[in-house]
Design a protein around this ligand. Sequence first.
Ligand SMILES: Cc1cc2nc3c(=O)[nH]c(=O)nc-3n(C[C@H](O)[C@H](O)[C@H](O)COP(=O)(O)OP(=O)(O)OC[C@H]3O[C@@H](n4cnc5c(N)ncnc54)[C@H](O)[C@@H]3O)c2cc1C
Length: 423
Amino acid sequence: MNIPQSNLPRVVIIGGGFAGINLAKTIANKNLQVVLIDKHNYHTFQPLLYQVSSSGLEPDSIAYPLRKIIKKHKTTFFRLAEVSEIQPNQNKIKTSIGDLTYDYLVLATGTKTNFFGNEEIETNSMPMKSVPQALNIRSLILQNFEKATIASTRAEREAYLNFVIVGGGPTGVELAGAIAELKNNILPRDYHDLNPSDMHIHLLEGSSRVLPPMSEHASEKADKFLKALGVKVHCNTLVTDYNGLDVTTNSGIKMQSETLIWAAGVTGAPVEGLNASALVDRANRYKVNEFNQVEGYDTIFAIGDIALMTCKDYPKGHPQVAQPAIQQGRLLGKNLLRLVDKKPLKPFVYKDKGSMATIGRNKAVVDLNAFKFGGFFAWFIWMFVHLMSLVGFRNRVIVFFNWTYNYINFDKAARLIIRPFKK
Ligand SMILES: Cc1cc2nc3c(=O)[nH]c(=O)nc-3n(C[C@H](O)[C@H](O)[C@H](O)COP(=O)(O)OP(=O)(O)OC[C@H]3O[C@@H](n4cnc5c(N)ncnc54)[C@H](O)[C@@H]3O)c2cc1C
């Protein structure tokens, strides 16, 4: 791997997501050699992936080169590689570009899409977990608009213009709102040979309300906002099969669609090699103690979505969202420095900053501990928080410009089929 030998203890971080980059920044230029490894050479701001999928933003506005994050830190190295195995007895990992030894290993590998074992759905649906997948969705939506213009039968045209989103969590709700805006603002202008009322957006949610992780107040508001945008919301509905055209559900709803976007859940993305007892089966997450040490290992840690830390307030572990990942990354950084200085470690305590989701222009819902609200003010806060959370000044400026332009012109600038998607 060509990492220089040094007298400094080596920390290897697998994963440049929210957890990994916050850890890498905290321990940069300290008495540690840091090696950050990721299979992509960029950090992805996953909360805005849906805007790439729905032509609102270009991918380079929400992705940020990992090398740029570490460029000023001379004892930090980046390697573009996929880690395939951990060999804890030898303090070594195996990767697509060779082996590497570590003094401390940090697993920050996040999650992958969970299809709950349904291979047919996995083959035919569109996941939205990475930039390439978001671009695939963008291409497919635009390709289907084009195909709808030349469809020879009504049924064929309807299947191209039926967009099914599975999973009514924040991702599904935000995407449904954004696709509804394509229908309401873009279709009538760009595709005057299509009838916008032929386009339908279906949001399917297994539980009794959309946004199940948020308050009932947020769910009710989001439901109202979605319906106002023309989204058909189907709660208590699980998709049981999808062959690329026919959507089958447990509630008897059947429809035909060329586009089924799967936003119904995630499962951990662990790496082979640790004791089976270190993993919690149902979630595929590493069991960690309050210092993020993986059960059974002193020098291996897990942070972010892949870590399952239980405590009184979170008996099932922390929510798999950005804030626990950021906070664990920062605290583990400080704890690794304490470990090297032989000082006692500090336990992790999660500071919940609330949750929010947007449902198109001027509409969002926000749950803070004391306040729950929705509407324009919530939307404004949503925009501000997401803008300020983006990595890199350039990305913030570009996103701000795009949002302002879209807001004034009711337009989405990135309606390009750059790399056609083949089903
Ligand atoms: C579509 C979507 C929308 C979301 N919206 C929100 C939101 O609005 N608000 C919010 O708080 N949270 C949101 N989340 C959740 C949030 O993005 C995650 O909780 C957060 O990214 C977790 O950070 P992490 O560092 O643990 O993992 P990730 O950010 O997933 O990073 C993991 C990294 O590890 C790398 N990796 C994985 N395996 C390997 C391997 N074997 N070898 C090398 N590299 C590897 C990956 O390439 C990736 O860069 C959303 C997630 C998705 C998918």
